[in-house]
Design a protein around this ligand. Structure first.
Ligand code: FVH
Length: 294
């Protein structure tokens, strides 16, 4: 494919992420039309060759693939509700973060307007777009994904998860849940060392090494969770971990730190251990997350 016959793409929303997406597409020679509520944010892209649209409707009309990357679903509706008919016969790939239910409802909205809908989750921060570190999740119309997979691949490695529109958001939310749990732990860990005078930068290499070593635990945990047997392959039993975790809370209290980032997890460990599951692995705590569990 030559640069001139690369498919045209419209990008609605030029925050940090929308801008990175548009830049990546321009760099690969795609004709890119952009629109943003605050029009001046399009200026650097226009200097690099993007076409500026005056309205979302004008932007949609320019391309058969329309990407939305806005703050949230409220802003997506604010931008698109008046322009639903312009989407007829086009592919709408919505890369805005949201819940699986929002994605499903939005897929219905798009179908009502005759658009082929793909929901997307971006697993990258803006500087990672178009690098090997970026991957993006998609669900919804298989035909839309197949038609545009070459263009979507410009943004990062694509993972198509299936026709059910909510799948990309489901996996996105689950991955972000893991990430924010880790971020909470990182912030607390820095607070602990800082409280006794160790600079964060000095501690960071050890923290990174430890978290990398522990990341692989997800594979072992997955086997136990899928089988519902939390007793097979136990390396570090729950009773021991609940006792050790109490020391994390005690240390924070002795240092005058709030333990609120960690305390809820500690309570769950204790409850599960006290309910007779101390010889299990920590994964059994998942049972306490079911709604209605005491
Ligand atoms: N940046 C990141 O690290 C993450 C990585 C993973 C994916 N997320 C999601 O991407 C969506 C956009 O995020 P962003 O980083 O581009 O966010 P901002 O830089 O804050 O830009 C927000 C854009 O949304 C526009 N906007 C907000 N409200 C409205 C509205 N009511 N009507 C029209 N547009 C609206 C805003 O426009 P403006 O303020 O410039 O006029 C920006 O274009 C997001 O879902 C992340 O969760 C990013």
């Amino acid at each position: 494919m030559t640069e001139t016959d690369r498919p045209a793409v419209t990008v609605l929303g030029l925050g940090a992420m929308g801008t990175a997406l548009a830049e990546a597409l321009l760099a690969e020679g795609h004709p890119v039309t952009v629109w943003n509520r605050t029009a001046t944010r399009a200026d650097p892209l226009v200097e690099r060759g993007a076409a500026r649209a005056a309205t979302p409707g004008e932007a949609i009309a320019a391309s058969s693939l329309v990407l939305t990357c806005l703050l949230d679903y409220a802003s997506v509706h604010e931008v698109l509700d008046e322009h639903g008919d312009a989407l007829r016969g086009r592919v709408l790939a919505n890369l805005t973060n949201g819940t699986p239910a929002q994605a499903r409802r939005f897929a219905e909205w798009a179908a009502c307007h005759g658009a082929d809908y793909l929901d997307g989750g971006i697993m990258a921060v803006p500087p990672q777009i178009a690098t090997p570190e970026a991957f993006l999740l998609y669900s919804g119309s298989r035909a839309a994904f197949d038609t545009h997979r070459g263009t979507l691949a410009v943004l990062g490695e694509s993972h198509y998860l299936g026709e059910a529109a909510g799948l990309a958001a489901l996996h996105d939310i689950a991955l972000l849940s893991g990430m924010y749990g880790m971020f909470a732990g990182i912030v607390h860990a820095f607070a602990v060392v800082r409280a006794e005078g160790t600079p964060a930068a000095e501690f960071a290499p050890l923290l990174t090494r430890w978290l990398s070593a522990m990341g692989g635990w997800a594979h072992a945990a997955a086997g136990q969770i899928d089988s519902g047997d939390y007793t097979t392959g136990v390396v570090s039993n729950l009773g021991m971990q609940a006792a050790g975790f109490a020391n994390l809370i005690r240390t924070a209290e002795e240092q005058g730190l709030s333990p609120e980032l960690l305390a809820p997890f500690g309570s769950l460990l204790r409850r599960r251990a006290e309910a007779g599951h101390a010889r299990e692995d920590i994964t059994g705590v998942i049972e306490l997350l079911r709604k209605g569990n005491p």
